[in-house]
Design a protein around this ligand. Structure first.
Ligand SMILES: Cc1cc2nc3c(=O)[nH]c(=O)nc-3n(C[C@H](O)[C@H](O)[C@H](O)COP(=O)(O)O)c2cc1C
Length: 167
């Protein structure tokens, strides 16, 4: 499929129960974190999926050295418990893939894994990252999402290697 073919489904998931952001740690261990913030479009003239990850997440640590990531979107109404678990527990304390009984498959490049049974999968190579500084965020968003002195999200740019709609 074209990378933008299932834009509606992707946005519905992001606004609703979320999607999985899946990252390998370089030693074969894989972590899945639920995301609700992402952007599909074009960056550096290539199809891109950017994700926003707070510095406090285990996933943030993994993305500092990872080659890439996948974003896996379950079918509407499916994997709700798994999304809730991966969105509330940290990979620092749990092997979430195992705890949720998720099956992994090899992605489109070495170091990429995706969750079997998801409907939509975006395979991405990490193209760059930018840590937002507090002074770069609009005051309303700063007050709402980063109270106190919390550091805002890091934006990770994923170059889409392959986008697939699976049966
Ligand atoms: C629906 C939903 C959407 C979320 N979206 C994001 C997101 O876009 N970015 C982020 O940093 N955390 C997001 N979170 C929070 C993380 O999923 C959560 O803190 C998770 O436990 C982090 O896992 P990790 O420490 O293994 O990386 C979301 C949680 C839920 C339930």
């Amino acid at each position: 499929m074209n990378y933008y073919d299932c834009f509606n489904e992707l946005c519905e998931a992001l606004e609703g129960p979320g999607a999985f952001l899946v990252v390998e740690d370089g030693k074969g261990r894989v972590n899945a974190m639920t995301i609700g913030w992402a952007q599909l479009g074009v960056v550096w003239s290539e199809p891109a999926l950017t994700v926003l990850v707070r510095p406090s997440r285990h996933t943030h640590e993994l993305l500092e050295t990872a080659k890439g990531f996948t974003v896996c979107v379950p079918r509407r109404g499916e994997m709700k418990k798994e999304l809730a678990f991966c969105g509330s527990k940290s990979g620092r304390e749990y092997d979430k893939v195992r705890a949720c009984g998720l099956a992994l498959k090899d992605g489109a490049a070495p170091g990429l894994k995706y969750i079997d049974g998801c409907e939509l999968v975006y395979h991405c190579a990490l193209g760059g990252a930018a840590g937002l500084k507090r002074e770069q965020v609009a005051p309303a968003a700063l007050a709402k999402y980063y109270p106190g002195s919390e550091t805002p999200h890091t934006v990770y740019f994923g170059k889409i290697l392959k986008a697939e709609h699976l049966k």
